[in-house]
Design a protein. Sequence first.
Length: 125
Amino acid sequence: MSSELNRADAELAAGKYGKALRIAWNVVLDALRHKDVEVLRQAADLSTRIAEASSGKDREGAEQLARYAIASIDDIDNGTTQPSFWQRVLGKSAIPTKKCPDCAETIKREAQVCRFCGYRYSPSE
């Protein structure tokens, strides 16, 4: 178990559920960057224990983190990725895009005609 998970576990034992949850979120986000499935499993287990011990918003947050960690493990195992939090919030998709050389607007990479200015791409573009 990583030192941060140990620290979160100690906070849980001390009854500091919010602090344990914040540390666990940081561990999960770091594990995602490194695609560390084992740390994600440990964090999901810790999150479940935080949810069992806490109540209110801490419980809800811990349950959410456990679900997120488990879904992330499934994504890594299946080789799929979900849109990032900011992509979902801002409505930006993971669809590949390109910039129109005529008007500089962003359009889908497969587009043959710019929907903003009508620029026509050659088949090689």
